[in-house]
Design a protein around this ligand. Structure first.
Ligand code: SOE
Length: 387
């Protein structure tokens, strides 16, 4: 019997558009879902650009206004990969039109917008997800299993950092990713949001934070992104940078664990260093994106004399998602994290439930982001509302 189709309308076709398109195309290669994704239409404002992207990435049609995607009755799911200031308007309109939604992170410009988005999807009863792709790395999923099954014991510490260096040149332009009106915050919402998501996933809810934020380069030439994380200046004019370049915070979790977090785009030499360590009463785990298939594990139960961190290649069938790809030892990469999300999303739609992380996670994440900003401004600890 033919499978029910999920006809996708995607907004945005650059970096994340490429990652999501690839995921929908490759999904049926690896996973046998109960529904079938169909790359129905893609939207972008520049007609030549969106047409070329549709042709290259395999979308059946294109639109130059996202509103058309929401209006079309041959679209079931809206995928939002456009800049952050567009997320709330598109998601709320999509929910009101009864479309399922997946949205890039951070969910919104601020917690208030994120709450309104959550209310809209709840009211409409549509399936929703936020695209925190690192949760879908087999090694991280396996770490979660170790923690949940008590093998690490009581969790005392989580420390994480997410370091990049692509805006260190003072001539790197003031692109949308560096403008508060378009992205809400800088490194904080872009990178720290991922670490906060992993913290909430692996360790627990964050209850209070003490943070600091800094902007090292205060003015930059105006300009635009030109693909990936490259950009070009548009002339001589300069503008004020009103988002953070770097952020750090300490926190407490609801289970008494302590957290230490840092994110920066000024970590010279670090192209995409996303790492964490979690310490429990019986064991510890360490993970690093640049070796994403590996989990470093220390267990007290190892024989005395042979104790130490060992490297587990999370590529065996027993490791989450890994069995869908290749035989043991054959590694997967960044793009596969998006295939794993697409898999969860399709199953969520088939079963009419919103898999984690969803808009509630996005809202909770945004509350933490906002608390860190407030704490940095007011130079004091800030509590995160619990519900
Ligand atoms: C740029 O900093 C970026 O692409 C982020 O936007 C992503 O969320 C992160 O996963 C990789 O770096």
């Amino acid at each position: 019997m033919a499978k029910r189709q999920v006809r996708i309308g995607m907004v945005g076709y650059k970096f994340m558009g490429k990652a999501h398109s690839h995921a929908y195309r490759d999904l049926p290669f690896y996973f046998d879902n109960d529904v079938q994704p169909v790359m129905q239409a893609i939207a972008g404002r520049d007609e030549a650009g969106v047409k070329a992207a549709a042709d290259k990435m395999g979308w059946a049609s294109y639109e130059t206004d996202w509103r058309r995607l929401v209006e079309r009755d041959d679209i079931d799911l809206i995928d939002i990969g456009s800049p952050n200031n567009t997320h709330a308007e598109i998601a709320i309109a999509a929910a009101q039109a009864g479309k399922h939604i997946i949205c890039e992170k951070p969910l919104a410009l601020n917690a208030d917008e994120a709450r309104r988005m959550l209310e809209a999807v709840d009211k409409a009863g549509v399936v929703h997800m936020i695209c925190h792709n690192y949760r879908f790395v087999p090694a991280i999923r396996y770490a979660k299993q170790l923690i949940d099954s008590g093998q690490l014991g009581k969790i005392y510490h989580m420390r994480a950092h997410y370091l990049q260096d692509w805006i260190m040149d003072p001539d790197f332009p003031l692109v949308w990713r560096l403008r508060k009106d378009i992205c809400g915050s800088g490194t904080h919402g872009d990178l720290m949001a991922h670490s906060i998501d992993l913290a909430r996933y692996l360790t627990g809810e964050i209850t209070e934070v003490s943070g600091m934020m800094n902007t090292f380069i205060k003015q930059r030439p105006l300009g635009e992104m030109s693909g990936g994380l490259s950009a070009k200046a548009s002339g001589e004019q300069v503008g004020e940078v009103d988002v953070d370049d770097a952020v750090a915070f300490i926190c407490r979790f609801d289970n008494e664990a302590m957290g230490v977090f840092e994110a920066t785009r000024f970590g010279k030499g670090n192209r995409n260093t996303n790492q964490f360590e979690i310490n429990g009463s019986k064991g510890s785990v360490r993970w690093s994106m640049e070796h994403m298939n590996d989990l470093q594990l220390y267990l007290d139960t190892d024989k005395e004399g042979s104790q130490g961190f060992r490297t587990i290649s999370c590529t065996e069938t027993i490791h989450p998602y890994a069995g869908a790809y290749w035989p043991a030892g054959h590694i997967i990469g960044y793009e596969h994290t998006f295939i794993n999300i697409a898999h969860e999303l399709m199953q969520g739609i088939a079963e009419n439930r919103s898999p984690s992380p969803n808009f509630e996670d996005g809202y909770r994440n945004q509350l933490v982001l906002e608390a860190v900003e407030t704490s940095s401004k007011e130079k004091q600890w800030v509590q995160i509302p619990q519900f």
